[in-house]
Design a protein around this ligand. Structure first.
Ligand code: ADP
Ligand code: MG
Length: 666
């Protein structure tokens, strides 16, 4: 029993009481057969007047239950011999199940059955149905719960003024009521978790999350980091050398970062901005501030392609300023790698650009002052932590992401970070036209590719995502490549996928960026960061299989130059309801934030959070959408609670997030 409970995450009295029902059934009254409604669940009591095992249309145990008002069929498709005995004619039975139309009027399939004795009474409260695991019955759980509810552990953890304005019931009342709701409770509101009792617990949970994240935030501010004075020369020189001026949004976030870097505690800032909003230059400005103060900077990207591209672009900007840049990836020759490692250790490399290779043991920085992580959601907690450990004292950390984080998410799961947003694109971008095209019209699409390439533009063909099998995905990419070659003998076509060696990938990418290749067949490896302005057409196959944010990222690979760009989403009929909803969003919106919000609504935060999921306490009761008003209140009071009621805060966290303390590390 204890082992089974542990599987449910229950390991003490508090967590048992917080193991709340999934739904409820109403066994508080008995419905006459005459009053049943198809589609609704009900409890009926009567006598078995007929029972047989029938073999047509398939084997089933069928019985008829009669009360004063009529008869109800009971049908069991799977049954034990003991059930045949239990349903003997003449047995007095109480059954509970959903009512449907059967061959002979009302019917229940696999109802729960109870023989009725003299002492059987109807339930006084709604019956809870708990989430459970094999080997642990509802009866076991209900019994454990009633013992737990009898213990005196439902005290309030926080001062009463926390709840003053919310007008919600006490913790004890809420827990009692949710395990045993009154018979007249609103079942729908219970199941939607909108009753005051659920709301009270949702608030407690949201507040616990805030407290845990904000405590972590405060703790980090007590750690030492090098303070960097404002840059006097390098940033000015860099900006002067650019062919463009910063947007207002870029200036605003650059200032936020500049101020952070002047502090004596490590910056933990997330810089988010839609694809193409110009995060790289902002990151370079931060790097200049660190370098001018005599510290090294590391810039880490999740893929070789992206790291290479950063290296090229940033070298172009910084080499004229006499900044020395090292380059570190897994695919270097031993000699190159050793030279890079040496320059990093000696400090002659002021900026180091690379992939995961950056945080490996062999890499010793001389004086790492700032770690910049591009596409942060692609890295795990441990990986980011490993890079941070490369500095002494702790380096500042700037994380970047093109996947915008909806407001409710950044208020909750990201409450331990400071967030800067670039909410404006550089001027002069022509919006991308998105088209939804059924796969049956493939031929027309091929013609469009031919036309675009003839006019000197370039195109991407993105192969479908096949989550179940990487091998299959690879095979599809190879097939598509062969197909395109026979379709377009006049074009130079490249292929890029995740299984290629980094050097091969780079060769293909640089051929594409110099227009030596006109068409690039790719898997979703090109999703992040790739920047080839002359590419103006993208075809995405089986777009319905991809997540919204992923589609938006992919689409952002075109529309980076002056030419009018088009993204064609090919879909396979027939679309499911969700697939249709998703494609509609991407078709109608070009705004990364709106898309992210829709993605969050459609998929929930789990998938959205990606690797961050393992680093932060997940919400079980609260829903960011439904409970946004509670989140707002919790957020506003967290910091002052931590300051004024530290012991109460500990008690609250012990109840709600017993293991969160070790988890929150990012
Ligand atoms: P992302 O935010 O997706 O990382 P990048 O930093 O790669 O975007 O910038 C996209 C492109 O826009 C790059 O070619 C970059 O040089 C250019 N860029 C950045 N800022 C500006 C600006 N203020 N005006 C014009 N172009 C800009
Ligand atoms: Mg980028």
């Amino acid at each position: 029993m204890l082992a089974n409970l542990a599987k449910l995450g229950v390991n003490n009295l508090q967590s048992l009481l917080l193991h709340l029902p999934l739904r409820y059934i109403d066994e508080t009254h008995i419905t006459a057969v005459r009053d049943l409604h198809v589609g609704e669940s009900a409890q009926v009591e009567g006598e078995i007047v007929h029972a047989e095992v029938s073999y047509k249309p398939r084997k089933a145990l069928i019985a008829r239950l009669e009360d004063a008002s009529g008869q109800l069929s009971l049908r069991f498709l799977h049954f034990y011999p003991s059930q045949i005995t239990a349903l003997k004619v003449g047995t007095h039975l109480r059954v509970y199940g959903e009512v449907r139309h059967g061959y002979f009027g009302f019917e229940m399939v696999h109802p729960t059955c109870k023989t009725v004795g003299e002492k059987t009474v109807v339930a006084e409260t709604l019956t809870p149905i708990y989430p459970t695991v094999a080997g642990l019955t509802q009866a076991n759980l209900r019994k454990a719960m009633s013992i737990a509810l009898g213990q005196n552990v439902l005290h309030e953890t926080l001062p009463a003024n926390v709840y003053a304005r919310l007008n919600l019931p006490s913790f004890a009342e809420s827990i009692q009521a949710l395990h045993h709701p009154a018979p007249d409770a609103n079942l729908r509101a219970l199941e939607n978790k909108t009753t005051p009792e659920w709301q009270r617990l949702a608030f407690d949970e949201l507040l616990a999350q805030q407290l845990s994240m904000r405590k972590h935030y405060a703790r980090r501010r007590a750690v030492n980091a090098p303070s960097f004075a404002q840059s006097q020369q390098l940033i000015t020189q860099l900006l002067k050398s650019l062919p463009f001026a910063l947007t207002n949004a870029q200036q605003k976030v650059a200032l936020e970062i500049q101020r952070d870097l002047m502090q004596k505690h490590p910056m933990q800032r997330l810089l988010q901005g839609d694809v193409g909003s110009g995060k790289t230059i902002v990151a370079c400005m931060a790097a200049m501030q660190a370098i001018e103060n005599g510290w090294q900077v590391a810039l880490m990207a999740p893929t070789e392609i992206l790291a290479e591209q950063h290296y090229q672009k940033i070298s172009g900007w910084l080499t004229p300023l006499n900044i020395s840049i090292a380059w570190l990836t897994g695919s270097q020759t031993k000699k190159e790698r050793e030279a890079a490692l040496q320059a990093i250790a000696q400090g002659s490399a002021q900026l180091v650009v690379g992939t995961h290779a950056l945080f490996q043991d062999a890499v010793q920085f001389n004086k790492l002052g700032l770690a910049i992580i591009d596409e942060q959601h692609r890295f795990g907690v441990q990986q980011r932590l490993a890079l941070r450990k490369k500095g002494e004292p702790e380096p500042h950390q700037l994380m970047m992401s093109a996947t915008p984080i909806p407001r409710t998410l950044s208020m909750s799961y990201y409450a331990d970070l400071d967030v800067s947003v670039i909410d404006e694109l550089p001027p002069g971008r022509t919006p991308i036209i998105t088209k939804l095209v059924s796969d049956e019209r493939r031929d027309e699409i091929l013609q469009r590719i031919r036309d675009a390439c003839k006019q000197g533009n370039q195109a991407y063909w993105v192969c479908p995502l096949i989550e179940e099998s990487e091998a299959l995905q690879l095979a599809t990419a190879n097939d598509t490549y062969a197909l395109m070659q026979s379709e377009f003998p006049e074009l130079n076509i490249g292929l890029i996928h995740g299984r290629m060696k980094p050097a091969e990938k780079q060769a293909v990418m640089s051929a594409f960026s110099t227009n030596a290749l006109q068409l690039l067949v790719a898997t979703t490896v090109i999703e992040v960061g790739v920047d080839v302005p002359n590419a103006s057409l993208m075809v995405i196959e089986h777009a319905e299989r991809m997540g919204l944010s992923q589609l938006h990222q992919l689409r952002g690979r075109v529309g980076r130059g002056a030419a009018k760009s088009t993204c064609i989403l090919l879909y396979q009929n027939k679309l499911s309801e969700t697939a249709r909803a998703r494609l509609k969003v991407i078709y109608e919106s070009n705004d990364g934030f709106a898309i992210a919000q829709a993605d969050l609504n459609l998929r929930g935060p789990g998938e959205f959070l990606g690797t961050r999921q393992s680093g932060v306490p997940m919400l079980k009761i609260a829903d960011l959408n439904r409970d946004a008003h509670l989140l707002e209140v919790a957020k506003n009071m967290a910091d002052s609670l931590i300051k004024n009621y530290p012991q109460a805060v500990e008690a609250h966290l012990a109840r709600w997030m017993p293991s969160a303390e070790e988890l929150v590390k990012v």
